[in-house]
Structure formats: structure tokens, C-alpha cells
Design a binder for this molecule. Structure first.
Ligand code: HEM
Length: 122
């Protein structure tokens, strides 16, 4: 598949991840619980599919720009950010306090991931 297809896949996945996080965190901060979240299934599907598209698109892009194992440091940082985005959604859904912190932390992580891809500092 062309580079541009993987790029759109990667970016769409990231958009879906952040959309899901926004919804889940907002719900928790406003006192919502798992049972009161009538958009829970859609949020979970958006988060899960977002992770998959980000991963497949990211590795497709790596192949297209000729990077394989051993990965450079910037790829390791991006994979670590992806793993964090995969696991902290449970915390975001459960705790308003953590959700408030994650709201800003996730934005920083998103910026860091974009910086890693754009600058490839190491
Ligand atoms: C499995 C994890 C990931 C891998 C392997 C990966 C890999 C890549 C690659 C290879 C590129 C293209 C670099 C180039 O063409 O020079 C890219 C671009 C990008 N990635 Fe990732 N990435 C991953 C996760 C993420 C995450 C979690 C985010 C955001 C939260 C993210 C945000 C971006 C952005 C914003 C771009 C720039 C797109 C552009 O140039 O227009 N990536 N990524």
C-alpha cells in the first residue's frame, strides 16, 4: 500500500484514540460511572480500533521509510507512548482525579510522539 494510505491510517487512529479519551475522561470527571455511560461501547470500539489503526499505520510507515529492527530510539519512544495509550484508558474511565491529570498528560504525549516522527532526534 502507498505511504499516504498508511499515513491516513496512522492519523485516523490517533484521532480516534484522542476522541475516545476525551469522551471517557469527560464522563468520569462529571461523576459518570461505567453503568451510567450509555456511550461506553462506542467509546471502547473507537479506542480499540484507534489503537489498531495507529499501530498498523505506524508499522506500515516504518516499512515504507525503510526502518526495521533494531529500531532507532525515536521508534521505541513512540511504541512506549502507544502502550501507555493502550493501558491508561481504564484509569481515565475510573478516576476523575487521574482523568484530570491525564487530560493534559495525553496532550503532551501526543506532541512528543509527533516530535519524534518529525525530528527523529535519536
Ligand atoms: C506503534 C507506535 C508508532 C509507530 C511505529 C509510529 C511510526 C510513525 C512513522 C514511521 C511515522 C512517519 C515518519 C516519516 O514519514 O518520516 C509517524 C508519523 C507520525 N506519528 Fe507515529 N508512530 C507510532 C505511534 C504514534 C502515536 C501514539 C502518535 C500520537 C499520539 C503518533 C503520532 C504521529 C504523528 C503526528 C506523525 C506525523 C504525521 C505527519 O508527518 O504528517 N504516532 N509515526
Amino acid at each position: 500500500m502507498p505511504y499516504a494510505v498508511y499515513k491516513v491510517m496512522h492519523l485516523l487512529g490517533i484521532l480516534m484514540l484522542f476522541l475516545a479519551y476525551g469522551g471517557v475522561i469527560n464522563h468520569a470527571i462529571n461523576g459518570g460511572t461505567k453503568t451510567t455511560n450509555i456511550w461506553r461501547f462506542s467509546s471502547a470500539v473507537t479506542h480499540g480500533l484507534g489503537l489498531l489503526l495507529t499501530l498498523v499505520g505506524g508499522f506500515g510507515l516504518l516499512a515504507k521509510i525503510g526502518i526495521s529492527w533494531p529500531w532507532p530510539g525515536w521508534v521505541i519512544v513512540k511504541v512506549a507512548i502507544w502502550l501507555l495509550l493502550a493501558v491508561v484508558v481504564g484509569l481515565a474511565a475510573r478516576s476523575a482525579v487521574l482523568g484530570k491529570g491525564l487530560w493534559w498528560l495525553l496532550l503532551l504525549l501526543g506532541a512528543l510522539a509527533a516530535y519524534m516522527a518529525g525530528v527523529k532526534p535519536f
